[in-house]
Design a protein around this ligand. Sequence first.
Ligand code: SF4
Length: 479
Amino acid sequence: MTAPFDDKLHEECGVFGVFGHDDAPALTALGLHALQHRGQEAAGIVAFDGKQFTSERHVGLVGDVFGNEGHVAKLKGRNAIGHVRYSTTGGSVSRNVQPMFADLSGGGLAIAHNGNLTNARLLRRELVAEGAIFHSTSDTETIIHLAARSHYEVIVEKLIDALKHVEGAYSLVALTSKKLIGVRDPYGVRPLVLGKLDDAMILSSETCALDIIGAEFVRDVQPGEMLVVTKEGIESLHPFPVKPRRFCIFEYVYFARPDSMVEGKNIYDVRKRIGAELAREAPAVADMVVPVPDSGVPAALGFAAASGLPFELGIIRNHYIGRTFIEPSDRIRHLGVKLKHNANRAKLKGKRIVLVDDSIVRGTTSKKIVEMVRDAGATEVHFRIASPPTTHSCFYGVDTPNKKDLLAHNLDLAGMRDFIKADSLAFVSMDGLYRAMGEAKRIGSAPQFCDACFSGDYPIEPTDASEFRRQLSLLTEVV
Ligand code: SF4
């Protein structure tokens, strides 16, 4: 579900885990709070107290679910994992809230998953045909069923066996009665980091969640690596065939929090450098640079510094829109984007504006923001976008509209400019984006990132989607 005033791609999930701390459930709740930007529909924690697993999984924001003690007090133990969910795969019903838990022959297993399995539908059909009974519509449950059927005895080996059958993007944290497990898919599409708090070990989607609990960053979990944390220490396993590294470049553009370090790079710095590249590639004669807050702010700062134009907060964001207006009634729908953004008229009147945002998805919000800035008295609006045109859907754990609904899939640059009614429109080039990252686009023949939503170059076959397309074309031919 995408909010009507929020024409953005959305990360589907964030994960967090603590091993060996008296306050493990509360620390996990705090970690999830810092990862709230990765999923706002539901939050859950599973803890283990040496005898039993307890779980609290509910629809709502982390603060609503776990704030003021709330459900945290019901969770016991020194080990815990947690999950925040946005969700497209599986919808938003409460039975899909993670972490998922099952009693396997070797003991209990809880899993929290960030990513999306690209062959989950196919696997699910096979499992159901063999008698498996699914309790959710989430692709994560597929991993649990595969682990449950594995002939290996030890749970870590069952999990490895299960993951060898799945395709797609996954950064998982899992909890057994004795172990905390963190694992990234062989391409390393989604992030996962290891941290340390006193003697406790922490796993998190992003470093900003380590900061909130005072944990120190140890290192990124490597693509294809499985970390197994026990009382005896940490074991690093590499059980999967090695694949080329293809980290999601959109984490740098928009998903990750600006205060996070992702694979050695500060997100805020990268976004400023993208803005500077944009200023060099697509300068504009204007009076000031205005960000579309909050996500356009770092790139706008970079653009302003590189162009010598003043930076001004010409649009103010209301941070307290809450869920009340996420699905508005028709009576207030026409208020649209103004519920979230409002023009700072005193700054904009009579001025030529460079408007900077991180991306354009459908273009609906961009169009309304340009209109709002003009209504506030801006004489010219030059829209600059700190990513290349989003032309393709994501199949790796990001909520994207169908390709046909993406503005850049349907229109060329002039068509997009006319649609959003800007005086000029420019996107940073793919080369500019990679320059800002400080990375070569390719090392030899191997791309360094997944950039499929800009290029259509999918590193992992989207099996379910391809199968769906094949079925459609078969139907089309028959009809
Ligand atoms: Fe990230 Fe885009 Fe690749 Fe999805 S398709 S993983 S959003 S770069």
